[in-house]
Design a protein around this ligand. Structure first.
Ligand code: SF4
Length: 472
């Protein structure tokens, strides 16, 4: 049977915050729709947002993502420092240049419709594009943002259900483990073999090092940001830069390399190390909440966990070489793909266990392999991390990816390191709960969860904290 083939670069995608499902996915959907129509003949475009995209779309920047996607901007390269001025210009002039080429009249306030009371059956994150042409004809397409920036068009089961034959089929954790044992490969070595179906080993290595650069650059930016509060109206204070300053005890630095050297020279006590891990995770998610450039890992809301654990490994454990980084990212990606195949990485389907839980499991397994664990211990670490995130709800206050999201990344990172250490100290033969079992349990739990805890801002903290935002 042909199995879904997911590459490391499907799990880790460079994009713009604050949400992979509510920002990156709709952005990509807009780009895809434009490729299906004759731009020169378009007179108007209307976009309808449904379900979770409508309920938390304002706070998650869905309208902004759709506008930028229609305007032909690329989330990988778009200069995020001009985001506000680009959006303001389009809104004020009420004109948009489709794919950067064909200008039409577009009033974002009218042409993007938030249908908060309507949902489409296939997935809670749905959006419909309706183009009207000069001859009066109309073309409509519906897309689903299915988590982690993946997009499926109506009728497709998955945007990346690729029909390629990998060297090693991996449908679930047990098959991954059996393949590793039979071939005598670590998880990362097996993944590298599979990646060769898409590109050369050298290109995969370069691509991964580029991901690492974007992740570390995001931490660095978050650690020196001079912004005091996050956008969106909640006035949430940014904390990473303050924490960075305190931890460095005023050691000066003028570049990323000097900053890294300065951290290496700080006190490496347990408390300090924990504080650095939290600082790294906060930095990424504060950047994410500020529409900064991040890497989905596997989502934007959970984008801080893996970079924080990776930088911890790089600075405080033994992961100093490029080789170590590549091993970490390959292993993490494979574990993320197991969750996507067996459960979900969409908070609108599974709550926060699908975001922070999955990223923590990915980081736990990756760190375990990098610290010398065998494939069974890698699975065990991922299982432990997820087991202790089961049932975690998604209830962002004001529909913004800020509270509880940002702090949750620090928790996910710390749990990942603890899970890794537990697995490394344990005999995996004595394990009672397998990774496949916990993935199935996560999916069962997701199906049982009340929809108000699935990225709707209709339950939990989102309803128990009084706020007064203009619109969310
Ligand atoms: S609560 Fe969790 S799943 Fe929900 S938006 Fe925040 S990080 Fe994402």
């Amino acid at each position: 049977m042909q199995k879904e083939a997911i590459s490391v670069f499907d799990i880790f995608k460079i994009g713009v915050g604050p949400s992979s499902s509510h920002t990156l996915g709709p952005w990509r959907a807009a780009e895809r729709f434009l490729k299906e129509i004759n731009l020169a003949d378009v007179v108007s475009i209307e976009v309808k947002l449904y379900g979770s995209l409508a309920k938390t779309g304002k706070g998650h920047g869905t309208d902004i993502a759709v506008i930028l996607g229609l305007n032909g901007e690329d989330p990988v390269t778009f200069d995020t420092t001009i985001l506000t001025q680009t959006i303001d210009a389009i809104k004020t002039e009420r004109k948009i240049k489709l794919a950067g080429k064909a200008e039409i009249v577009f009033d974002a306030e009218v042409d993007i419709v938030f249908l908060k009371k309507e949902s489409l059956p296939f997935h809670p994150n749905a959006l419909k594009f309706i183009a009207t042409f000069k001859d009066g004809s109309v073309k409509e397409e519906t897309y689903y943002s299915i988590g982690g920036g993946f997009v499926a068009k109506e009728g497709e089961s998955s945007s990346k259900a690729q029909s390629v034959s990998l060297k090693y089929d991996v449908h679930d954790a047990d098959e991954l483990l059996q393949n590793c044992m039979r071939a005598g490969l670590s998880v990362s070595q097996l993944v590298m073999e599979n990646e060769k179906i898409w590109r050369s080993e050298d290109d995969t290595r370069q691509g991964i090092l580029n991901l690492k650069n974007v992740m570390f650059d995001c931490i660095y930016r978050g650690c020196y940001s001079e912004e005091r509060t996050l956008p969106g109206g909640l006035n949430v204070a940014r904390r990473a830069a303050k924490m960075n300053k305190l931890l460095l005890k005023n050691i000066p630095y003028h570049s990323f390399d000097e900053w890294i050297a300065a951290i290496k020279n700080t006190d490496r006590s347990f408390t300090n190390t924990m504080n650095w891990i939290s600082c790294f995770a906060l930095a990424v998610n504060e950047e994410n909440a500020s529409f900064g450039r991040v890497v989905t890992a596997p989502t934007n809301g959970a984008a801080g966990v893996i970079p924080a654990v990776l930088l911890y490994y790089h600075l405080f454990a033994s992961g100093t070489e490029d080789e170590n980084i590549i091993q970490f990212i390959l292993t993490a990606a494979e574990l993320g793909s197991l969750f996507k195949k067996g459960s979900t990485i969409s908070a609108a389907m599974g709550g926060c266990q699908a975001e922070i839980g999955v990223s923590s499991a990915m980081a736990a397994g990756a760190l375990t392999e990098c610290l010398g664990g065998n494939p069974a211990q890698v699975m065990q670490a991922a299982e432990i991390a997820m087991e202790h995130h089961l049932g975690m709800t998604c209830d962002p206050i004001g529909g913004l990816v800020q509270i509880p999201c940002i702090e949750r990344n620090t928790m996910g990172a710390i749990k990942a390191i603890t899970a890794s250490q537990l697995a490394l100290q344990s005999d995996s033969d004595l394990m009672k709960v397998s990774l496949d079992t916990v993935i199935k349990t996560m999916w069962d739990t997701a199906k049982d969860m009340n929809s108000k805890y699935k990225e709707t801002a209709d339950g939990g903290l989102a309803t128990n904290i009084p706020i007064n935002l203009p619109e969310c």
